[in-house]
Each structure stands twice: as structure tokens, then as C-alpha cells.
Design a protein around this ligand. Structure first.
Ligand SMILES: Nc1ncnc2c1ncn2[C@@H]1O[C@H](COP(=O)(O)OP(=O)(O)O)[C@@H](O)[C@H]1O
Ligand SMILES: O=P(O)(O)O[C@H]1O[C@H](CO)[C@@H](O[C@H]2O[C@H](CO)[C@@H](O)[C@H](O)[C@H]2O)[C@H](O)[C@H]1O
Length: 482
């Protein structure tokens, strides 16, 4: 389907799409699989279709030298079906766009570029949010009292993300969601609810870009981009944890509490911060106890996922009976399961240490899961298990690819246990309930996450697959990590 809507200029609205849908699909064929956020990279059966095209600004308007088109594509294949958002910049071929970092290709005498990489387009987007204005069918909401600096230069950060984020100087970060599902985006929804609850452990939301997604009947207002405050002097929890592990490995004969860079005090504070976020999520969205049937369903779903994971990642096959046995044993803990909204994909890379404390970011949940699941009530143990898995990752990742050294392996396990304990102590102190008392259930959630990670690494970083795989083996054979 092709529509040609443009900003506030009725002349632009009359313009046709720069190239035909067929030419556009051909153009995208080589570019999409190179994008980190494109989940169908490994799918040889993937078929790309165009579901919507909107000319949102034409060259000459808004100080732009390019024409900007928002394109929604649907990709179907053996991986399933998903919808993605693209922002394309068009300009005449031969004007240098082909050399640009975001160059996509040429068709019909025009060059296409990933528009989000162009400073003029990033300026247009932040100005649209600051003015609570519209770009064709895309409109913006600005949070009351949001302080938005539209003069700050926008720059896309890091390639290893599920979405594309533009950082504006030291002031704001705009995350443009790549994979879209019609309806409320949990990242935007949760940021807004937690800000209203006065939560100190999230990035302050500043505004949103919103547009219709889906066919004309099902088309629903959907968050396309989320603008939050940027914390320039923050460090990612993952980077901090890795440098602590490196310090430890440098002095292989000393314990974690005897060398510099011990992370345990930070892990404790992080536990307190996650407990505070959970309490605010329960306050904002409600919470309740799960009944026996619900617990059974959760554990059955883990078993279904594990069976499907073993088909995708053959390294899991030998562990499958042990995995299923752990889920079966966990059913005995029905009484202790609470349900509420959670983060859903919590790991050290989703945490930022500012000068004053920890922030939790990226409340989208697991990107590959359906929206209804990501917005559903789940167990906070899922997030806690995610963090415990992340301590295990940080401890063992520096050993990947090297020659096994028994002392380093021992120290890695010690670092993971020390920081997992500190995290749970911090969580228990702030929440008043100790996640370790959920015993078999926490272990089931850790195992569920480790199984997910084996598949994730199999697809994205095969040399890291051994990290979660060894954890699967440990969790089956030796009980929980704590
Ligand atoms: N408010 C912020 N302040 C500083 N850095 C941030 C902020 N939000 C995100 N980042 C950085 O951007 C990275 C990607 O953000 P994230 O929300 O996890 O995106 P994605 O969903 O694409 O993975 C984070 O790992 C962090 O380094
Ligand atoms: O951050 P995303 O929402 O894109 O999450 C996906 O990618 C993560 C890797 O970036 C992946 O996390 C796994 O690796 C981390 C180290 O890079 C580690 O800290 C996590 O514990 C581990 O799960 C995450 O699983 C995936 O959903």
C-alpha cells in the first residue's frame, strides 16, 4: 500500500512516492540483512512487503536537502512475521549520498539513505517532539514540563542495538523503534507510568513520536520513537562489571574482595534499585498472587520454549530432559509466585550508573516476544533471574576464546556468586522479601533465561554460546546459582 502524506505542505502531499514499491523492495534486499535490528537475517525464506509509505517532508522544507519518507515493511518467513519501521532520505543520484555511512542504494535516478543518520533529519525529529507537531500521519506528544534542547546536534549511537537511538549532545536520546507491533509500546508506557510514580531509577521521559501501524482497519496509534533525558556521565552496568572482572583476573590468586574494582557494593545498590522499580511497577499497574493453574501454565510455557530452543540450537538437545525436570520440580512452589508488570529483559546492559545511583532502561521486554506477552503480568523473579544470568555472563565472557585456566575459571565462578549474592541482599533489603526464598522457582527462571540465551547466542554471537550453555549444565546439575 502506498500513501503520500507530507508535513504541513499541501504541495508535498500531492507528490508521488520516490520509487515504486517493487524497486524499493529490491533496494532493501541487500541492506536489511546488514542491520543489527533486522531479525530475519538468517532466514533464507524471508519475504519483504511494503505495508505503508508516507512522505513526511520534501527537500526544501524544514531546511532539508532530502525528501524524507517513513516506510513500514512486513517481513514474513520461517522465523515468523514482523513489521519494521524505516525512515528513508531520497536525493538525486550523484550528489554524494552513495558515500554516506547510511547509504542504502540507488533506484530510478535517486539515492536512498537511512534518514535517521542525517543531522538534518534528527533535528527535524526533535523539533517535531518539542513543538508537539506532526509530520504527515506521524504526530508528537511532549511531556508537560519537558526541557528539550532543539539546538543540540543529533548523532546515532552504536550499531549493536535492537533499535536506532539518536543522542542529542548531552541532553536527550531519541530511540526510534525498529520492530513495531500495533498498540502501546511498553517502553513508552512504563517510562510514563514510572515517571508519574516519581521513580528515581529511570531516565526522565520527554516525549514521543506516534503514528498509525497496521492495515486501515486494524491501524492503531503506536509509539514510533521515545525521547528521554540523556545521562552523559553514566556508565553501563555491563562495562563496569567487565572491568571489575578484569581486575580480578589480573590477580588470579586473590579473592574478589582483596583486589581493586570489587563490584559487590554496586551490585547491592543495583538490587535495591531493581526492587524500587518493581515496587513502583506494582503500584502503577497492580499486582496479585498467581494461582496453581497460572504457575503450571508459566512452567509449561518454559518447557515449550525449551523444546523449541533445542530444535534451533542443537547444543541444547542433550540437556533437554534435565531442563524439563527442573521446571517440573518448580511446580511445588506455587504458593510463592507473585505477578505484576516487570522489565522483561533485564541484564547489566540495561542499567546505567549515574553519579547518584542506578537507572534501569529499555522496558520493551524481549524484542522477539508478542506485544501482549510483553505487557502481561509476569513474575519479578524473571528480572532477578535476568540479572543473575548477567553476573554469570560478565564473569565468564572475558574467558571466551582464551586457553582455559583453572584459576581464572574458579575466580569467575566466585565473582558471579559474590555479586549475585550482593544483588539479592540489596533486593531483599529494599523489597522486604528475599528472592532466594523462592528457591526452585528462581532456578527455573534462571534456566529459562539461559535457554533463551543459548538460542540468542547461536544466532547472533556463536563464539559466546558456551557461556549460557555451561550455565544450563550447572543449573541442571548443581541446583540454583546461589
Ligand atoms: N537515557 C540514557 N542516557 C545515557 N545513555 C543511554 C540512555 N538510554 C540509553 N542509553 C545508551 O544507549 C544504549 C541503547 O539503549 P537501549 O534503550 O537499550 O536501546 P535498544 O532497545 O536499542 O537496545 C544503552 O545501552 C546505553 O548505553
Ligand atoms: O539488549 P537487548 O534488548 O537487545 O537484549 C538482547 O541482547 C543482549 C546482548 O546485548 C542479550 O544479553 C545477553 O548478553 C549480555 C552481554 O552482552 C548479558 O549481560 C545478558 O545477561 C545476556 O542475556 C539479551 O539476552 C538479548 O535479549
Amino acid at each position: 500500500m502506498t500513501s503520500a502524506n507530507a508535513g504541513s505542505d499541501p504541495g508535498a502531499a500531492a507528490q508521488a512516492a520516490p520509487v515504486s514499491d517493487t524497486d524499493l523492495v529490491t533496494l532493501l534486499a541487500g541492506w536489511l540483512p546488514q542491520q543489527r535490528w533486522y531479525a530475519a537475517k538468517q532466514d533464507p525464506d524471508a519475504v519483504v512487503g511494503i505495508t505503508d509509505r508516507n512522505l513526511v517532508a520534501v527537500a526544501g522544507e524544514h531546511d532539508l536537502h532530502v525528501t524524507v519518507e517513513q516506510v513500514l515493511i512486513e517481513v514474513s518467513g520461517s522465523h515468523g512475521r514482523s513489521q519494521y519501521q524505516l525512515w528513508l532520505a531520497w536525493q538525486p543520484e550523484g550528489t554524494g549520498a552513495e558515500e554516506h555511512a547510511g547509504a542504502i542504494g540507488t533506484a530510478g535516478g535517486l539515492s536512498a539513505t537511512d534518514a535517521l543518520l542525517l543531522p538534518a533529519v534528527s533535528r527535524l525529529l526533535i523539533t517535531t517532539v518539542a513543538d508537539a507537531a506532526a509530520l504527515g500521519p506521524v504526530h508528537a506528544v511532549r511531556e508537560p514540563d519537558a526541557d528539550i534542547d532543539i539546538t543540540a546536534h543529533g548523532m546515532v549511537i552504536g550499531a549493536e542495538q535492537s533499535n536506532t537511538s539518536i543522542v542529542y549532545g548531552h541532553s536527550a536520546i531519541l530511540k526510534m523503534f525498529r520492530r513495531l507491533e500495533p498498540g502501546p509500546n511498553p517502553d513508552a508506557e512504563v517510562h510514563r507510568a514510572l515517571a508519574a510514580a516519581g521513580c528515581r531509577h529511570i531516565a526522565e521521559p520527554l516525549g514521543e513520536l506516534i503514528g498509525p501501524v497496521g492495515d486501515e482497519e486494524a491501524g492503531r496509534e503506536t509509539t514510533l520513537g521515545l525521547l528521554t533525558r540523556f545521562y552523559p556521565n553514566s556508565a553501563e552496568g555491563w562495562a563496569m562489571a567487565l572491568s571489575s572482572v578484569r581486575d580480578l583476573m589480573a590477580e588470579g590468586d586473590l579473592r574478589a574482595d582483596e583486589v581493586g574494582g570489587d563490584f559487590a557494593a554496586e551490585a547491592h545498590r543495583l538490587g535495591e534499585a531493581v526492587a524500587a522499580v518493581h515496587a513502583d511497577l506494582a503500584g502503577a499497574f497492580g499486582g496479585r498472587s498467581a494461582d496453581t493453574d497460572e504457575l503450571r501454565r508459566i512452567l509449561d510455557d518454559m518447557a515449550i520454549e525449551a523444546r523449541s530452543a533445542a530444535e534451533q540450537a542443537p547444543s541444547l538437545t542433550q540437556y533437554l530432559p534435565g531442563i524439563l525436570a527442573v521446571f517440573e520440580q518448580a511446580a511445588a512452589h506455587a504458593a510463592s509466585l507473585q505477578l505484576q508488570r516487570v522489565h522483561g529483559d533485564l541484564h547489566l546492559g540495561q542499567t546505567l550508573r549515574t553519579l547518584t545511583g542506578w537507572l534501569v532502561i529499555d522496558f520493551e521486554g524481549e524484542p522477539a516476544k508478542p506485544l501482549a506477552f510483553r505487557r502481561s503480568m509476569q513474575s519479578p523473579l524473571k528480572d532477578i533471574a535476568g540479572m543473575l544470568r548477567s553476573f554469570d555472563y560478565a564473569a565468564h565472557q572475558p574467558l571466551v576464546g582464551g586457553r582455559p585456566d583453572a584459576q581464572h575459571v574458579f575466580r569467575a565462578a566466585e565473582w558471579a556468586a559474590r555479586n549475585s549474592t550482593a544483588f539479592c541482599d540489596g533486593y531483599a533489603a529494599a523489597a522486604g522479601t528475599d528472592p532466594r526464598q523462592a528457591g526452585g522457582l528462581l532456578r527455573a527462571f534462571e534456566l529459562d533465561k539461559a535457554v533463551y540465551e543459548v538460542v540468542y547466542e547461536h544466532g547472533h554471537r556463536p563464539s559466546w554460546e558456551s557461556i549460557p550453555l555451561q550455565a544450563v549444565s550447572r543449573l541442571i546439575n548443581a541446583g540454583g546459582s546461589l
